[in-house]
Design a protein around this ligand. Structure first.
Ligand SMILES: Nc1ncnc2c1ncn2[C@@H]1O[C@H](COP(=O)(O)OP(=O)(O)OP(=O)(O)O)[C@@H](O)[C@H]1O
Length: 506
């Protein structure tokens, strides 16, 4: 073996191999010069090669899953063709005369660039809900996810859940030193169970900080994956989880009667809660059951009288937009991505959770306590929708909370009346898809630290916490800045933010 690298073998980050093959560590991608590979990858139309033979093929670092060498150099990557599902492929080359002390640092540099700040070879507890959504979670796991995790050399411990509640029990008892992440292959319901399992532990804060939660979309809504992975599809989400960075996420405590639960996604009362929970009998309709539920209630002009008391932080849309700009400008200064922490973007609290204890004490007491004096209480006779969100997308194309920030220590509150003329109401609801919802004058969009919701003049109804139904009784919610940890693609939510936030006054 040569003691040092011959000059022609290593030239700036270039690995020169036999048969005129070279591998270059470029800025954003591994650039491969290989005539045989170029021929195999040539653009084809009806099986006939068209266009010029490319001289180089770029493999974005994001797609590179692993690299190793023995007598051969093996680089495993995820394919990028948007028309097909993501697949794992390999580049394999003989190292020929390349000495090990050249190959080794080159491979290490490739891995460093491929993973950036993401942890390599994560140890994952994988929970699969076989009944989530249309019921394909096991096959999604086997075909779209496991091969990528395997190629990325993740350490996998896989459990298929056999009943509701098992995810909570598993996480309540999990050996948190043995894992880095819990990956749920499910809808959002299993993620809710996982957060609540950690929340029940005597060392809740430690568990919620140490173990990241990640989502592979197998349900119908898949909000968590949309926001954190930037996709509702399993393959791109699996890649986002492999390359995801640990990111602190706000969680919320919900108290009702003497119960305390954690919510990571949303709480709703009114048209959205009913259209979701009140149409379970129409599951055969698929996603259309929700749209039908909304339209039925719009035409019936159903209202949901209530009293809402809130500790507001930002009470109008221009304040909300300016807040979003402040948070994102700060994130930009941190260089956009990386290991994001709650402390980096908290606006209302310096209470980065202490480790080693149970859940943080409630700052505002429970729903049974007297209301704090500085909360604003309003009676709503004609409420149509109360919606509180901690993430932006509630489903693909449903960016209800465009100003939601991952760990700003605030919850986004959306309300609207229920007696809006039907056509205007339909326009409002469809504006969620077109990005115009935030600016629609029929909704109020505010940011809050805590609130209490008290239903009035109704015997029964629907209250949804992260899509799960709770009894129709008063409940109170407060946010815990950065209490939880997730894997995210870029250290923040993938949604675009409220329209024109870039030009909001600071
Ligand atoms: N094996 C199982 N059998 C029955 N229920 C289960 C099982 N595993 C988990 N569950 C329960 O199913 C509930 C819903 O799960 P999940 O969110 O994964 O699917 P979903 O409701 O179909 O998806 P979505 O929320 O997107 O509609 C969870 O709260 C969990 O308690």
């Amino acid at each position: 073996m040569a003691e040092s690298a011959p000059a022609d073998l290593v030239l700036d980050r270039v690995l020169t191999l036999d048969k005129g093959v070279s591998l270059t560590l470029g800025n954003d991608a591994l650039v491969v010069r290989d005539k045989d590979l170029a021929k195999r990858n040539r653009t084809r139309f009806c099986g006939v090669a068209i266009g010029k033979l490319p001289t180089e093929i770029a493999f974005p670092y994001y797609n590179i899953l692993w690299a190793s060498f023995d007598s051969e150099l093996v680089i495993e990557y995820a394919t990028q063709n948007p028309k097909t599902k993501i697949r794992c492929e390999k580049l394999q080359y003989s190292l020929g005369d390349v000495p090990l002390d050249v190959a080794q640092p080159w491979v290490e540099t490739l891995l460093q660039r491929a993973y950036g700040q993401a942890q390599r070879q994560r140890r994952a507890k994988v929970l699969i809900n076989p009944h989530a959504g249309p019921g394909g979670a096991i096959s999604i796991w086997e075909t779209d996810v496991r091969p990528l995790f395997h190629a990325a050399r993740m350490n996998l411990d896989v459990v298929t859940t056999s009943r509701g509640g098992e995810g909570t029990e598993i996480c309540e008892a999990l050996d948190i030193d043995a894992y880095d992440v819990v990956v749920v292959c499910s809808g959002d319901g299993l993620a809710y169970e996982v957060f609540n399992g950690f929340g029940k532990r005597a060392d809740a804060r430690n568990a919620l900080q140490k173990i990241a939660v990640a989502h592979i979309p197998c349900g119908s809504g898949n909000a968590m994956s949309c926001n954190l992975n930037g996709s509702h599809l399993p393959g791109p989400s699996a890649l986002a989880v492999v390359k995801g960075v640990r990111t602190s996420v706000d969680l919320m405590s919900v108290t009702q009667d003497s119960q305390r639960t954690l919510s990571f996604l949303s709480q709703s009362v009114g048209i959205i809660a009913e259209a979701d929970l009140g149409t379970e009998h129409m599951r055969w309709l698929g996603a259309a059951r929700f749209d039908l539920g909304v339209v039925q209630r719009i035409f019936s002009k159903k209202v949901y009288p209530c009293e809402i008391s809130v500790k507001f932080e930002h009470e109008n849309k221009s304040e909300v937009r300016a807040h979003y700009r402040r948070i994102h400008t700060r994130e930009g200064q941190k260089n956009g991505s990386g290991e994001s922490t709650a402390g980096a973007s908290l606006s209302i609290s310096d209470s980065k959770p202490e480790v080693g204890e149970g859940l943080p004490p409630l700052r505002f007491g429970t729903v049974k306590d007297d209301l704090p004096e500085d909360w604003v209480t309003s009676k709503y006779d004609k409420l149509g929708n109360f919606y509180c969100g901690n993430m932006a997308w509630m489903a693909p194309n449903a960016n209800f909370f465009s100003a939601a920030c991952i760990n700003d220590g605030l919850m986004d509150l959306v309300t609207n009346d229920g007696d809006i003329p039907a056509l205007k109401y339909i326009e409002l609801m469809t504006s969620v898809e077109t990005g115009k919802f935030f600016d629609n004058p029929l909704i109020s969009y505010r940011k809050a630290v805590a609130y209490r919701f008290t239903p009035l003049e109704q015997n029964d109804g629907y209250i949804s916490i992260d899509g799960e139904r709770i009894p129709f009784r008063p409940f109170q919610v407060e946010v815990h800045p950065g209490l939880g940890t997730v894997l995210s693609k870029s250290g923040h939510y993938e949604a675009d933010g409220p329209p024109h936030w870039e030009i909001a006054p600071k």
